[in-house]
Design a protein around this ligand. Structure first.
Ligand code: 13P
Ligand code: SF4
Length: 308
């Protein structure tokens, strides 16, 4: 059985031989982050995927992220090391629910979180991520929007843009992992212990937790905040992979998980071993049917354009 070090050496060798780029989400395990060509949040990864100069993209993240990379790169092989890495929140919005909401609300723009499947994106006007939700929706300047699937992100949007009417699809979508923080009682105990710390949470957390936080940020913005802040201690309310990255890349600062059990099980279905096998076998390939791709690319490109 090879060690992680040996597998990582093989991955780095194969990447060069095959002209492949490894895109890795912030929630991936540390050993995968360390062989990445680029680590980031959903927005940063979509931006990167738009400008890749390589034959092959190995996407270490969940299904909707790899689909987005594939939609933006029809001419390239986009590979996900384990197709079972599916975001359960993205699956909460069925095409049927979305089409029904559209039918009941004609002429109301559909604004969807990137955490959705390609077939839903194909039916929307613009996508957003947790990093640009406010920016995109403010720029749209609409009174009413069909919005989904994460209701906690809906709360976050409504807090910043109080006059907007949100029609949620589904009625109450959520992320299982971010739900684990509940209203943040554990984090508040940590805050008592470390009053000088910044409490930073992801907008997929429950409203009660968001309201108690010092900052509500996407994973990419969390990273930048912690790097640039003069503060030394941070209590982090998101998936624990984010903390691995910050501990490794931001020396001299302390990162405390608001809940050390907040792990996204589907993100963790990508392993160093299946990443190596994916590179070796050049599969499993992520392919979106062309008819859906041509429709889904429009709201993604619009988002990238609007959040420049
Ligand atoms: P970010 O875009 O902030 O990385 O979030 C993606 C995600 O799936 C959070 O659960
Ligand atoms: Fe999906 Fe939540 Fe996992 Fe993010 S953390 S990929 S939203 S299940």
């Amino acid at each position: 059985m090879s060690t992680n070090k040996e597998i990582s050496t093989q991955i780095n060798k194969l990447k060069k031989e095959k002209d492949a780029v490894l895109l890795v989400h912030n929630y991936q395990v540390s050993e995968i982050q360390q062989v990445a060509d680029f680590i980031g949040d959903s927005l940063e990864l979509s931006r990167k995927a738009q400008n890749i100069d390589a034959k092959m993209i190995i996407f270490c993240g969940v299904d909707f992220m790899a689909e987005t990379a594939s939609i933006l790169n029809p001419g390239k092989k986009v590979i996900i090391p384990n197709p079972a890495a599916k975001c359960p929140m993205a699956a909460q919005l069925s095409l049927k629910t979305l089409l029904k909401a559209k039918e009941q609300n004609p002429n109301v723009p559909v604004v969807l979180y990137v955490n959705t499947l390609a077939e839903s994106k194909a039916e929307c006007d613009v996508t957003f991520t947790s990093a640009n939700a406010i920016q995109i929706i403010q720029k749209l300047n609409e009174k009413k929007i069909i919005f989904g699937p994460d209701w906690n992100l809906g709360y976050y949007v409504k807090k910043h843009i109080p006059d907007i009417e949100i029609i949620p699809v589904p009625a109450h979508g959520f992320c299982n992992t971010h739900r684990l923080f509940k209203n943040g009682d554990e984090a508040m105990e940590l805050k008592k212990k470390y009053p000088e710390a910044d409490l930073i949470v992801h907008p997929e957390c429950e409203p009660g937790f968001q309201d108690r936080a010092d900052y509500v940020l996407s994973t990419g913005r969390m990273y930048r905040h912690c790097k640039e802040s003069p503060k030394k201690i941070f209590i982090i309310g998101t998936e624990i992979g984010m903390i691995d990255r910050m501990r490794r890349e931001i020396p001299g600062k302390t990162f405390i998980p608001a809940n050390p059990n907040a792990e996204c099980p589907t993100m963790k279905r990508i392993t160093l071993k299946n990443t190596y096998e994916a590179l070796l076998n050049e599969g499993p390939i992520v392919k979106v049917p062309e008819e859906i791709r041509l429709k889904a690319i429009k709201p993604i490109e619009r988002m990238l354009q609007m959040s420049k």
